[in-house]
Every structure is written in C-alpha cells, then in structure tokens.
Design a protein around this ligand. Sequence first.
Ligand code: NAD
Ligand code: GLY
Length: 362
Amino acid sequence: MLYDVPVHLGERSYTIHIGAGVLDLLGALCTSAGLKGNCLIITDENVGGHYARAVLEALEQSGFSAVLTTLPAGEQTKCGEQVSELYSRCIEAGLDRHSFIVALGGGVIGDLAGYVAATYLRGIPFVQVPTSLLAMVDSSVGGKTGINLPEGKNLVGAFHQPALVLADLDTLKTLAEREFRAGLAEVVKYGIIYDAKLFELLEEHVAELSDSGNADFLARVIGRCCEIKADVVAQDEREGGLRAILNFGHTAGHALEKVAGYGEYVHGEAVAVGSVFAARASVDLTGLPQAECDRIEKIFQALKLPVKAPGYPWADLRAALAVDKKTVAGMPKFVLASGIGTVSIGNDIAEDQMERLWSGLG
Ligand code: NAD
Ligand code: GLY
C-alpha cells in the first residue's frame, strides 16, 4: 500500500509515494507521472547491489528502456568530475529531452543525479528513489540539487523538482545503523520547527522509531516529515525566507562537521549537537522554556545521538561559522525556537554568548 504526499508547486507539482516493498511499482508510477522514453538509473555501489535489479525490472516491465550506472559510494562522489562522466553516460544511453534520470540512493546520489538532470540538455525530468532515512525525509523532496567544490560543500547547484519520489521503507533494512540514527536527527528537527505533536509522538515511541524494520511506524513518521517539508517548500520553493527553518541545528552542525573533519561526525550527528546549541541559545534569546530545551536534549540522547562535542576549540568553530552559506558580514544566522513547534530565522547570537554556549557542549 502506498501513502501519498502531494507537493503543490503549480506546474512543477509531484507526489511523494511511501510504502514497504514497493520498488516494483516504479514503472507504473513513472507512466502515471507522464514520463516517457528511455532513462538512466544512477546509483552507488552500496545501494545498487541490493536494489538496482528490482528498479531496472520495474521500469522495463512498464515499457521503459533503462540503462544502469553505478558510482562509488560517499560524499566525494558528489563532484564535478562525476558530473562530466554522467553527461557522457547520458549521451551513450541516448538520452534526449524526453528521457529521464532515476536517482537510486541516499542524498549524495539524489543531489548529484538531480544536478545532472537539471543541466543535461538544459534540464530533463528525474525521479527520486531515496534509500537512506535522510534522503527520504529531506534531500529527495524540494528540488535542491548540487555538487561540492574542493572549496566547500554544495557550492554549485540548481533548483530542479523531481517528477515523483518513491520511498521504499524496506530499503532501510540494509542501511547502516549509524546512518539510520543520523537520519533520525532530521526527523526530530521537523518536530522542533513545525509540529509539537510530532515531537511528542517521537518522545513516546523512541523504541519503535529506533527500529529501521518497523515499516508501519516509520511510514507514519516519514509521511509526516514529508508533509511538513512539502508544506514549507510549497510556500517558499527557493528559500526566500521560510524554507530556512529547515536549517535548525545546521549552523553549528555544519561548522562542527567541518572542524572535526568530514566523516568524524556524520551529518545527522553534527545536527544533533547543533540542535542542542540552538535550543540552549533559544532559552536565552527567544523564550524557549528550559523544560522544552531539556526535552530536545533528552530525545537526542534517547536516540543515541551526540549532544556534546568535546575537543574542538571555539576559535576553530568560529572560523568555520564565518564561512557558512547563511553568514552575513561575518555574523552567522541561527534558527531559534520560542517553543517546540515554533521557530524564527535570521537570529544573531552575541560573540561571547556563542563562545559560552560552545564551551557548554565541550
Ligand atoms: P549518502 O548518500 O552518502 O548515504 C549514506 C551511506 O549509506 C552511503 O554509504 C550510501 O551508499 C549508503 N546507503 C544509502 N542507502 C542505503 C541502503 N538502503 N542500504 C545500504 N546502504 C545505503 O548520504 P545521505 O546521508 O543519504 O545524504 C547526505 C547528502 O545529502 C549530503 O551530500 C548532503 O549535502 C545532501 N543533502 C541534500 C539535501 C537537499 O535538500 N538536497 C538535504 C540534506 C542533505
Ligand atoms: N535541506 C534543506 C532544504 O531542503 O531546504
């Protein structure tokens, strides 16, 4: 059974389909979405072995001619060299303006394949088949595509909405436990920024939430996260304002990822630490009750995510904050909460206070 979440964006509208054991529906869903012709499936070596055959067969059974390309796994794949390689694969596969690309994998494959789709022949359709929890609740929805430069992450990109998203919860069973838990940090984020009831549900069901095989509970939670992201993106597709609330916990989180050396903290772990930083700042600056700040910290601990990051000097973190994409005139901007479920964007934190908050996490 599929749980469908619509993303309302006028002529760029599409549906997020969520279910367990549903990869075989991909061909029919592509046909319903109006896709035609041949396609290139882009995946990585960790995901392809498990799921590429099912995706290929589903597409071929619906009359699509599909070619598969498998890339190395990991963040370093999201780069310009791979984009050039993929343009060549598109040409070899005979992709024209009526063809499409299928991104089968986590956020790395989704961002990279989406960027190739956004730019090849000035843009062809693409389909997201997210297989990591982070990709299901965040990166596959909303049309941000892009690659990294040697100078930094996500510095080149384009907004390009997918034609459809198909999230098969069964794929989470092969995702590494650490990656799954990291994705949970983004799930908690949706409760903090938008939905106090979702936050309560998560608090009450930590065991179910921690079980990547619990498709019923995860469908409910992932569906709600997608509804929230769809709602935010429908109101602010290109991040003129509101969409920035999705960055709660990410300002300090991104800086920590950079200072620690990418990979030391996976993204969601750094976001958990950054969220505690933002929650504590919110108590001082935007009236978040201390009890709600404590609940935020407690849920990350219950999900076995880090809430401290000892060993990283403030000076290093401050230098990393200075080059954050959201920084204006050297001052990082923070998303802060006034209560669980309600946040504001563009907040400053005084220098001495940022330092004090950071030393509290050491
Ligand atoms: P990822 O794509 O690197 O996946 C994490 C690891 O899990 C990889 O090794 C991958 O091969 C493996 N994997 C994925 N699904 C699997 C499965 N079902 N079974 C076994 N292994 C599996 O990383 P991610 O956490 O999914 O995404 C991170 C990327 O997403 C970053 O590049 C980040 O910048 C980007 N991102 C983009 C957006 C956006 O809006 N576009 C939002 C958030 C993050
Ligand atoms: N992941 C943040 C956004 O999509 O805007």
